[in-house]
Design a binder for this molecule. Structure first.
Ligand code: ZN
Length: 84
């Protein structure tokens, strides 16, 4: 009888975890839109490589081709090869 109760607790815990997982991404999206981030994203014309904080422009081989994120033209340090 005890194992049946244990199984119910486990199932309840799984249900709670699934709820958390399904809620979290939608919260993230909502935050992004409420910040008016669409316009901010549009201004991010450059690419910032995380390691070294180096900024690349569209013509650079590292643009969208390194571990990084979109950034504005005044973020980070300019790449020596492409000028940032
Ligand atoms: Zn570059």
């Amino acid at each position: 009888m005890k194992s049946v109760i244990d199984m119910k607790i486990v199932l309840a815990a799984i249900a709670i975890l699934l709820n958390l997982i399904s809620v979290l991404p939608s919260v993230g999206e909502g935050t992004q839109f409420s910040n008016g981030d669409i316009h901010a994203e549009a201004r991010k014309t450059h690419w910032l490589t995380i390691s070294g904080n180096i900024r690349h422009n569209k013509s650079c081989r590292w643009y969208h081709n390194s571990k990084g994120r979109p950034c504005r033209k005044d973020e980070g340090r300019a790449c020596k090869k492409c000028g940032g």
